[in-house]
Design a protein. Structure first.
Length: 200
């Protein structure tokens, strides 16, 4: 699905409802948005151009090679649901594979059960990978940061010049609420400039 592609018509109709249930957020008048060098649209804060999708994506997290799609502001909650369902299926598959094993110390037993052992080992490895991925994403969500921001903090201008380590963090509860329950796109510029103007 659309991860939150930045569209050129948003420049003209900024702040208007487009009839698709999406409110294009208003930004402060004195904020200058960066123009993408590839698709030439004005990038909202936290957006990034994806070379594989050939689009700028709002609140860009990463490009998932398994889904062949970007993970951004609009589909990131569904990506978490996808990882959760995948983890449940892997745990169930691991349980089924383990329950089919009756251990005996014989070469004949090993020949008959080698595929079951290999499948259990693969399921175990994939379960660990998906669990680590899910836990790391939930941690980043609770801090209101993205994988891209976490990995490239030193290269992103709005993070490098911020007085705060993470200017978008609003506390765990509000971060989780905004991530899972908000239906509208967020004007991250408002949060960024509000937080940076507060005395530290």
């Amino acid at each position: 699905m659309d991860p939150g592609f930045v569209k050129p018509e948003e420049e003209v109709k900024e702040g208007e409802d487009k009839g698709q249930g999406v409110v294009i957020p208003q930004i402060p008048g004195d904020v200058k948005l960066r123009r993408c060098g590839y698709c030439l649209v004005k990038q909202p804060m936290r957006a990034r151009h994806c070379q594989l999708c050939q689009h700028c994506v709002r609140r860009y997290d990463h490009h998932c090679p398994w889904l062949e799609n970007c993970v951004g502001e609009r589909n990131h909650p569904l990506f978490i649901v996808y990882l959760s369902v995948q983890l449940v299926v892997l745990l169930w598959g691991g349980h089924v594979a383990w329950s089919g094993l009756y251990f005996e110390q014989s070469w004949e037993w090993l020949q008959h059960n080698i595929f079951l052992l290999v499948s259990f080992l693969l399921i175990f490895i994939f379960t660990i990978v998906v669990l680590l991925l899910l836990v790391s994403h939930l941690y980043l969500i609770s801090c209101n940061t993205t994988t891209w921001e976490f990995m490239s903090h030193h290269r992103i201008s709005y993070l490098r010049h911020s007085e705060l380590e993470n200017p978008f963090d609003q506390g765990i509860i509000l971060n989780l609420w905004r991530f899972f329950c908000s239906r509208h796109l967020t004007a991250w510029e408002n949060i960024y400039f509000h937080k940076n103007s507060e005395p530290v």
